[in-house]
Design a protein around this ligand. Structure first.
Ligand code: BGC
Length: 422
């Protein structure tokens, strides 16, 4: 059945449509990383270990084949510092060759590689010597970025230095508070949404981002360097405007301000966060919740793009580097994504300079402590690692191939117009 013209927003040539993953969540056996150490300590706070993950360390060619066959033209993945520099100053030639092959493999398949240098995990040695709070963390990170140039070569344009620095600074503060309040293995005895990102870590991350960006641009001025921020879509209840503004400043906006001189900014949005006069409010009664417990709120994407554009300024292009939903019901994934894309189309229509949309995630993967929240367009059998694209993968791939986004849809009432799109 043909789609009525009003239901389509045609994408500009070169618009990136694809999916995202990260190394630790998909590769498996990231044994030199700090998170592997945390997962494998006795009484770890993390209920499940990453283990073999999706075995993408070996199966990346199959992952990329699938993405390209589905119709996508871009793939965001991260390279793993802990594999590239497993001991301080000791670079693994094999790891460099591995990731270089991935970059070339993406290009060969018509996928634009969007590369993240740091996606939550660090080498153990880096964390042991103080992590981001070590005096020379920015220099160490910039040195890693210089090493990564051999992987990127002249074959990568978009490079993200650090994924969700706001979450990194927040997790640091949460862990510190948990260990002070006797949490740790016993769990967190307070509401983490009341914790503020660690100010010193925030400043250190901004320094590290700038140092790495400088190192990359010195190596090749054509690299487009940015970072990707977790957009929380803070919504004030009446009377709570000032509380919400203050809440957003340290948790999100300071990281967006830091992107003002960058080549692009990554928007990552999943849901909204309502703020009342006394702070964060729970998911509204009766609202649909996803497998992460977040409210089903696809309008978050359009709102996050608009907020980012306002704070960073209209001159910094935007890439949506993550957006998706943890659900076992793939029809809900389609419904969510269709509405999210309609919000994106509205932002584009309004003049936002958005260069691409990368869905989280290409694969079901390790959701930082558990395999239960499934975000993937492609299912992965945990024993055989067999990949099976879900209907949502075919649906989104068809949009990519045909070069348009849905605009207003019937999805608001839970009836995605998917069947008219493929
Ligand atoms: C992260 C991903 C994560 C996703 C869903 C983002 O915070 O970058 O690694 O899996 O959200 O929680």
């Amino acid at each position: 059945m043909a789609v009525p013209p009003a239901a389509r927003y045609p994408l500009a040539d070169g618009f990136l449509m694809g999916a995202s993953t990260s190394a630790h969540q998909t590769e498996g056996n990231n044994i030199s990383s700090d998170l592997w150490a945390l997962e494998n300590t006795p009484d770890s706070v993390l209920p499940e270990r990453s283990g073999d993950a999706a075995d993408s360390f070996h199966r990346w060619p199959e992952d990329m084949d699938l993405l390209s066959e589905l119709g996508f033209n871009a793939y965001r993945f991260s390279i793993e510092w802990a594999r590239i520099e497993p001991e301080e100053g000791r670079v693994s030639r094999a790891a460099i060759a591995h990731y270089r092959a991935m970059v070339l493999g993406a290009r060969e398949r018509g996928l634009e590689p969007v590369i993240t240098l740091h996606h939550f995990t660090s080498p153990r040695w880096f964390s042991r010597r103080g992590g981001w709070l070590a005096e020379d963390s920015a220099q160490r990170f910039a040195a890693y970025a210089r090493t990564a140039v051999e992987i990127l070569g002249g074959d990568v344009r978009y490079v993200a230095t650090i994924n969700e620095p706001n979450m990194v600074a927040l997790v640091h503060a949460v862990r510190r508070r948990a260990s002070r309040s006797g949490g740790g293995a016993g769990g967190v005895a307070f509401d983490p949404s009341t914790v503020e990102p660690d100010q010193q870590v925030t400043e250190a991350l901004i320094r590290a981002h700038r140092a790495a960006a400088r190192a990359l641009r010195e190596a090749d001025p054509d690299y487009l360097v940015g970072w990707t921020v977790a957009n929380q879509v803070y919504q004030p209840e009446p009377g709570a405007e000032e509380v919400a503004r203050a809440h957003a400043l340290s948790r999100e906006d300071v990281f967006l301000h830091a992107a003002r001189g960058d080549d692009w900014i990554g928007v990552q949005a999943y849901t909204r966060h309502r703020i009342g006069v006394n702070g964060p409010l729970p998911v509204p009664d009766g609202a649909e919740a996803t497998l992460t417990g977040w409210e089903f709120y696809p309008q978050a994407l359009g709102q996050a793009v608009q907020h980012t554009r306002q704070v960073v300024g209209p001159d910094v292009p935007i890439l949506v580097t993550e957006n998706g939903i943890a659900t076992a019901d793939d029809e809900r994934r389609i419904a969510y994504t269709e509405q999210a894309l309609a919000g994106l189309a509205a932002a584009l229509q309004d003049g936002a300079d958005v260069r691409g949309y990368l869905h989280w995630s290409a694969l079901d993967n390790y959701e930082w402590g558990s395999y239960r929240p499934t975000f993937g367009l492609i299912a992965v059998d945990p024993h055989t690692f067999a990949r099976t694209p879900k209907p949502s993968a075919h649906w989104l791939g068809a949009l990519a191939r045909n070069g348009y986004l849905p605009t207003s849809t019937a999805a608001a009432d839970g009836n995605p117009s998917v069947h008219t799109l493929v």
